[in-house]
Design a protein around this ligand. Sequence first.
Ligand code: UN1
Length: 517
Amino acid sequence: MAVSLIDFGIQEALQQLGIELHNKGTSTGSTWYSSEEEITSFSPVDGKLIAEVESTSIDDYEKVIETAAEAYKLWRVQPAPLRGDIVRQFGEALRKLKEPLGKLVSYEMGKSYQEGLGEVQEMIDICDFAVGLSRQLHGFTMHSERPGHRMYEQYHPLGIVGIISAFNFPVAVWAWNTALAWICGDVCVWKPSEKTPLCGIACQHIIAKVLRDNQLPEGISCLINGNYKVGEMMTTDKRIPLISATGSTRMGKIVAATVGQRLGKSLLELGGNNAIIVTPDADIKMTVIGAVFGAVGTAGQRCTSTRRLIIHEDVYDAVKNAVVDAYKQLKIGNPLDENNHVGPLIDTDAVNGYKNALQKVVDQGGNIIVEGGVLSGDGYESGCYVKPAIAEANNSFEIVQHETFAPVLYLLKYSGSVENAIDIQNGVAQGLSSAIMTNNLREAELFLSHVGSDCGIANVNIGTSGAEIGGAFGGEKETGGGRESGSDAWKVYMRRQTNTINYTTELPLAQGIKFDL
Ligand code: UN1
């Protein structure tokens, strides 16, 4: 049965968000400019064409940057707590629109409605976090080696921050960046994924109203649309001191090289190849929940998705059987229907990537224990619904080393001590998220120590996905090294300045240098 938009309240949600399907509006801040080229968005839920959005032309892009630069002059002189108040109001607007926006995320991206709501909650959480931070933004003071001198450091805004985000978190990752950048005094230009442009337009409507209500220019938040060519306009643009990019490692390498070429800053949040280590002391019931949600949540399309389970040989069969049993309970289908656990992949290209991975794991000597496959027929007309699959494999397989954005879980066996499992866990190019399931304090602490997990995120007795916004989010190695969201991630959105003030009538030089005139 095809999805009925009315049954799932999509039409109503769009109305509440003030947008329409087949949105013809174009690019950005203060005015909606128009151009020739269009990008189209198909819902993976029912395969329908749901948006045609005009792509930003070079001329439009220039207007956008001018609009943003103009807005920056006004924004940077607002006191930070006042900027925080705007972010507070944005958070309030999101609270009111949580359900319709969560629904749109679910419909355009394909994640479950619950996860769509969770994503909007992450936006609200980062707004709250940023509001508090707007009264902090503190630097250090230090003692000068010279008498009668004072030294301190302070943080100033950067200017225009460019945000390039991915389809899998079509709204939250923008908010992580933008809420912090705004309180720091920056203005933002956002290029959402060309696979989820309607989510971008919905967010733009929400913030534009907040800015309008406060007589502030919409240029504080600009939206541009398009494919990598529009991204390239941003990465090569010297007027954008910081580019924050989320996506594949392949994309990140191009962004880093281009931004690095002009000595700009980049904040990269790229691919993961996340593992859960299951030791003989693990609580198997907890392991199953963490592993299954990690592997099939968002249909395996989170950068934090669990891709590898590294299981000790003593508990291998017990864990394997429990996970396989849990997979039998999974319901796959329309993500707006809350009875389903797993929604579709984003598009048929992703389905091909999934099929390819399953073929490769067999070719490379793996053993499929939960069969995959593409679903067809009633309710699966989009061709994007796939069965979560499990394969017994080896960490050295080329396909296991690769991040496949789909629900494919690899089981890897280890023997001996936990160090062996940590070696396997670290034995990939990526370094985003990791977890250990154990009740053994020694194993847990070793895993968290400097000789333990080499990832940006390391958890004990929870899965690899579902991080809270309060911690810094990001990873090492080919994950790109960037940190977004909580902790002191705000510092990347500001420039640091060291100030030395002499309040005497002498001018002594540092390092005791004598220079008498
Ligand atoms: C992403 O997949 O790009 O930790 C972000 C998580 C979410 C964010 C994921 N809070 O799974």
